[in-house]
Write a protein that binds this ligand. Structure first.
Ligand code: ARG
Length: 406
């Protein structure tokens, strides 16, 4: 019998997928629940979720704690790349899928499975990320997508779960589809499917305004990696959690956008990602201070490509690897502090930055008495810099000037 390792979340679809694959495809199912920092429903624990997988018929349900891996290897790279897809979305779901894929493949090896499986439908990006990612790590493994084959509506799935005594909490009316991890939350469906409709407050957790006092804090970076808040060092996973709470309490971090999915669909997305946006903003600001101009400008071009690749499921790919090498090289001197001011509702300003590696030179920048810049040197420099334009104007007509009065 074929053995399959399923990426299991504990939700309706992946619970139904366990039993459906057993019945329809006659396979043995091992569930893998990867903890990437998702908040489990307060009334539930990972043990409850594990029990549900076993009740659905899984022969085993492995729980993997990947929170530090998610932070240190995935979020850290996204910060270095100032990664925001289409200039906005910090890749919340896109970052977690390669983490999950890594553990799926690892468990598939451990359990001698011939395939991995996921619960994605055919309309989204996550199927692309699971499948391309799996094949990048294990070209020999099959990838199965039961939810693309079963043709059940949500109500059918609920009936199916009841028929097989799978203890699900879902009801036939599900309002929102939510994916979350350390890096934030993606909230879809319900009223938000109309791009004109104001997103409801109800499904939001990280960006609900919980204070009317401003929040000021200082973030410290070493070689591009955030290491401390207000001088208190902590592992990146903890720092992200703390920042989600502190910055999010002022309502900062919500994104409402229409984005282009890999599969050709435009979708309205609402995200909550206070820590991700704050860390990227602070990191980019520190780079303004320490990166040499040409490196800085080139990096900005490549960052766009990096975010597209990761969004498109190419985390494990040769171009992404090559861009990572470039980005890593640029981070050597990105060390210093950034001071941020958050104020409800949802406002953020960077109010100060400093670095022992700053290229900012007070003597060169100041207009005061300490000025060390040689003003006279500029005369010849500017003359030669503008020489081509001057020649063009003289020979081919300065057509942009206001015409002489009659
Ligand atoms: N549109 C976002 C992305 O593609 C969010 C996806 C959320 N995933 C989900 N299964 N609900 O990254």
């Amino acid at each position: 019998m074929k053995r399959v390792v399923l990426a299991y979340s504990g939700g309706l679809d992946t619970s139904v997928a366990v039993r459906w694959m057993i019945e329809e495809w006659d396979v043995e199912v091992v569930c893998v629940l990867v903890d990437v920092g998702q908040d489990v429903d307060t009334a539930e624990s990972f043990d409850d979720i594990r029990a549900r997988a076993l009740a659905a018929g899984a022969v085993e349900c492995v729980i993997v704690d990947a929170r530090h891996e998610m932070a240190n290897e995935f979020c850290a790279n996204a910060i270095a790349a100032n990664a925001r897809y289409e200039g906005k979305y910090p890749l919340v779901s896109a970052l977690s899928r390669p983490v999950i894929v890594r553990h799926l493949v690892d468990q598939a090896r451990k359990f001698n499975a011939q395939a991995v499986a996921h619960g994605c439908t055919g309309k989204g990006n996550d199927q692309v990320r699971f499948e391309v990612g799996t094949h990048a790590l294990a070209p020999d493994l099959d990838v199965l997508a039961p939810a693309r084959n079963w043709g059940m509506t949500r109500a059918d799935s609920v009936d199916f779960a009841q028929k097989w005594n799978i203890p699900i909490k879902a009801t036939k009316e599900k309002i929102y589809s939510i994916d979350e991890n350390l890096w934030g939350r993606a909230v879809e469906c319900g009223a938000m499917e109309d791009p004109w409709a104001t997103p409801p407050e109800e499904p939001m957790t990280l960006t609900r305004v919980r204070t009317d006092r401003p929040v000021e804090l200082t973030l410290s970076f070493v070689a591009g990696v955030p290491v401390a808040i207000d001088g208190v060092e902590m592992p990146l996973a903890d720092l992200i959690k703390t920042l989600n709470d502190r910055a999010g309490s002022t309502g900062y971090g919500r994104i409402d956008m229409v984005e282009n999915r890999r599969v050709g669909i435009k979708s309205r997305e609402v995200y909550e990602c206070p820590a991700a946006l704050a860390l990227i903003a602070a990191h980019a600001d520190l780079e303004d201070l320490v990166l040499e101009r040409d490196v800085h400008h080139e990096k900005a071009r490549l960052e766009t490509r990096w975010a597209e690749l990761v969004y498109d499921g190419m985390w494990f790919s040769p171009l992404k690897e090559a861009l990572d090498a470039f980005i890593a090289e640029t981070q050597t001197h990105v060390t210093g502090d950034v001071r941020m001011h958050f104020e409800a509702p949802g406002m953020m300003r960077i109010v100060g930055r400093r670095s022992p590696k700053a290229l900012y030179d007070y003597g060169l920048a100041t207009y005061d008495a300490e000025d060390t810049f040689q003003h006279a040197d500029s005369e010849g420099y500017v003359k030669i810099y503008g020489l081509g334009v001057k020649t063009w104007a003289a020979r081919q007509g300065a057509k942009h000037a206001i015409p002489p009065r009659p």
